[in-house]
Design a protein around this ligand. Structure first.
Ligand code: WAQ
Ligand code: MG
Length: 275
C-alpha cells in the first residue's frame, strides 16, 4: 500500500500580528516528529513569543500529486541593500515584469505590505504590467501550501547545500516554495525577503532565471519582509490561488547549485545574452 501523505500547516501570531508560519508535506511516519518540530519553531521564533499557534493537518489525495525538479540555485553578491534591491528589480525586468511593477513591489515590501505596515502572513499578488496588488486580503495574502521534498531528495539536498554552507531551513524551504511557484505558467517571477530580523538574504526566482539569492536585501534587525508573485496581466485569480494553496507538489530532483558570483556582472551577462 502507498504511504499516506499529509499536508501540515502552522501559523503563529501575537496580538493579531503574524509571527511565523510553515507548510510542508510529510509521509505518515514523520507526521508526529514534524508537528513537534514546528511547535518548537513557533515557540522559539526570533520575531517574538506566540500567543496563538494553529496547526492544520490534512490527508492529501495523491492522485493530484505533481513531481518536479527544484530550480537551479545561484548566489549573487552585492555591496549594499540599495544595490541588492536594484539588482532584484533588473532581474525581475528580464522576466517580463515592468519597471513600475518591480519598483512598486520592492517599495511595498520595504514599507511593510500589510494594512498596518507590517509583514503579511502570505504573498502579495502583483500585476506584472501595471504593478497593481490583486490579492483579496492585504493582511493574509496567499499562502503557498502542500509543498515538500521526496524522502530520497531530502538528504541529497542537505548534502549538496552543505558544500556551499547553505544547509539551513530558510534556504531549503524557500527553494521548495519558489520551486512550486515557478511551475505556474501565469506567474512570471517571484521576489522575496524574510521577515525574520536576523535573516537578510532574499531572492528572485523565475522558470528561466532559476533561484537567484541576493544576500543583504534588507538591513539586519528589519522585521518587514514578504513575498510578491508577479502575474501575467489578465490571470484568472481564483484558479491561481486554488492551485497555489491546494495542488500538492513533491520535489524528487535537485537543480544544479552554483558558486557565488558578483551580482552586477551576472545581470550584465544575462542582459547581453537576452539582446
Ligand atoms: N506562501 C506565501 N507567502 C509566504 C509563505 C507561504 N507559504 N511563507 C512565508 N511567506 C511570506 C510571508 O509574507 C512572510 O512574511 C515572508 O514570506 C517571509 O517568510 O536562499 O525565510 O519564512 O538564503 O521569513 C529567503 C532566502 C528566505 C533564503 C525567506 O521567508 C536563502 C524566508 P520567511
Ligand atoms: Mg519569517
Amino acid at each position: 500500500m502507498k504511504t499516506q501523505l499529509y499536508s501540515v500547516r502552522m501559523h503563529a501570531s501575537s496580538n493579531g500580528e503574524h509571527l511565523s508560519g510553515a507548510e510542508t508535506l510529510v509521509p505518515e511516519n514523520r507526521l508526529e516528529a514534524e508537528l513537534v518540530a514546528l511547535l518548537q519553531r513557533a515557540r522559539q521564533h526570533p520575531r517574538g513569543e506566540a500567543e496563538q499557534i494553529r496547526f492544520a493537518v490534512d490527508l492529501v489525495d495523491q492522485q493530484d500529486l505533481v513531481s518536479a525538479c527544484l530550480p537551479e540555485l545561484r548566489t549573487l553578491q552585492v555591496a549594499s541593500v540599495d544595490q541588492g534591491r536594484e539588482l532584484a528589480q533588473s532581474l525581475l525586468q528580464l522576466t517580463g515584469v515592468t519597471a513600475t511593477a518591480a519598483q512598486t513591489a520592492v517599495a511595498c515590501l520595504a514599507s511593510g505590505a500589510s494594512t498596518s505596515g507590517q509583514s503579511m502572513r502570505g504573498a502579495m499578488l502583483v500585476d506584472a504590467g501595471n504593478g497593481a496588488r490583486l490579492e483579496a486580503d492585504h493582511d493574509r495574502g496567499v499562502r503557498v501550501s502542500r509543498i515538500g521534498l521526496e524522502e530520497s531528495c531530502r538528504g541529497e539536498l542537505a548534502r549538496q547545500l552543505e558544500v556551499f554552507g547553505l544547509n539551513n531551513p530558510h534556504v531549503r524551504e524557500a527553494l521548495v516554495l519558489a520551486g512550486k511557484v515557478s511551475l505556474h505558467p501565469d506567474i512570471l517571477a517571484e521576489l522575496c525577503w524574510s521577515d525574520d530580523p536576523d535573516y537578510t538574504t532574499g531572492y528572485v526566482c523565475s522558470p528561466e532565471l532559476g533561484y537567484l539569492r541576493i544576500p543583504g536585501l534588507k538591513p539586519v534587525g528589519e522585521t518587514r519582509g514578504g513575498r510578491a508573485f508577479f502575474l501575467r496581466p489578465g490571470t484568472e485569480l481564483k484558479a491561481l490561488v486554488d492551485w497555489l494553496e491546494q495542488t500538492p507538489v513533491l520535489f524528487d530532483r535537485i537543480g544544479c547549485l552554483h558558486s557565488a558570483e558578483d551580482g552586477r556582472s551576472y545581470a550584465a551577462r544575462l542582459a547581453t545574452a537576452a539582446g
